[in-house]
Design a protein around this ligand. Structure first.
Ligand code: KMH
Ligand code: ZN
Length: 276
């Protein structure tokens, strides 16, 4: 079984420091958390931006400063989110101009809890094409079974280049539920050589993440996906969540993948990882 790539999702599009004081709330706090999570075994750091007042932002200058700040403190691979519910598609698209090594690509519009998550096909394909031009590796976020077919269509159109990096997002109201049978069907449909993980939110987080690991997938945790260690027990920090996940991997005798392994497996642009 390949070693699992551990991703730390430090901040999200919904919760903020007001929901859990352990969540980072500035560029400097994001960088410090990135280093702590990298040191604990996370090779990839998934980030929704925060300005220095702790607000969610899609400001390109903040994006550039964040990518730079993480590169300065650790060799972890920065993955910027181009998701987010509070910004226009144009604002979200522009974030790849900060040239992170990776960024997310959400292939379809959907209901997302109480909100609408807009990913219009023409604009989404423009973003996919721009990511190829810049050498930014997309992580495709699949919230429902039809999204997988959209991903395969993008491959067919030359808008996604293999090896693919995929997240199966489970537990969002409006997307698919956390269900092991669904997961096994999805994994079976992936092109050979695809790297995949489960992003399981809220109560699906721990069981589905663990099942994904046991099936040979990668794994993600962090305060974007869960604010609690268990019902009624808030997580203290992203570090605590990463340490727990690495502990689960170790209990299956799985050692987290290193950054050089991830660069090689996902065919990342090494200069975008190091900033050289
Ligand atoms: N917020 C998660 C449910 C993204 O940032 O583009 C999925 C996610 C996608 O992390
Ligand atoms: Zn995200």
């Amino acid at each position: 079984m390949p070693r699992p790539i551990i991703t730390a999702a430090l901040t999200g599009p919904v919760a903020t420091k007001a929901d859990n004081a352990g969540m980072p709330g500035s560029v400097a706090e994001i960088a410090a958390d990135a280093k702590a999570c990298y040191d604990a075994g996370a090779a990839v750091i998934h980030i929704h931006l925060r300005d220095d007042q702790g607000n969610m932002t899609a400001d390109l200058d903040v994006a550039k400063r964040t990518v730079e700040a993480v590169r300065e403190v650790c060799p972890g691979i920065t993955q910027l989110s181009t998701g987010g519910l509070a910004f226009t598609y144009e604002q979200r698209m522009a974030l790849v101009e900060a040239r992170p090594a990776m960024a997310t690509l959400n292939p379809c519009t959907m209901t997302f809890g109480p909100a609408e998550f807009q990913n219009p096909p023409e604009k989404m394909m423009k973003l996919a094409a721009r990511m190829i031009e810049l050498g930014v590796k997309p992580e495709v976020e699949i919230y429902d079974t039809g999204h997988l077919d959209m991903m395969l269509y993008l491959v067919h159109k030359g808008l996604l280049v293999e090896p693919l990096q995929v997240s199966f997002v489970m537990g969002v109201r409006g997307g698919m539920r956390g269900d092991p049978q669904l997961l096994s069907w999805l994994v079976r449909e992936l092109p050979e050589g695809t790297s995949w993980q489960v992003i399981a939110v809220a109560k699906a987080n721990l069981p589905m993440t663990t099942i994904g690991l046991a099936m040979g997938g990668n794994a993600r945790t962090g305060m974007e996906d869960t604010l609690t260690l268990e019902k009624g027990v808030p997580a203290e920090s992203n570090l605590q969540l990463v340490e727990r996940l690495v502990g689960i991997a170790h209990s299956m005798q799985l050692e987290p993948a290193t950054v050089p392994e991830v660069i090689d497996r996902l065919k990342l642009h090494p200069e975008l990882v190091s900033g050289a």
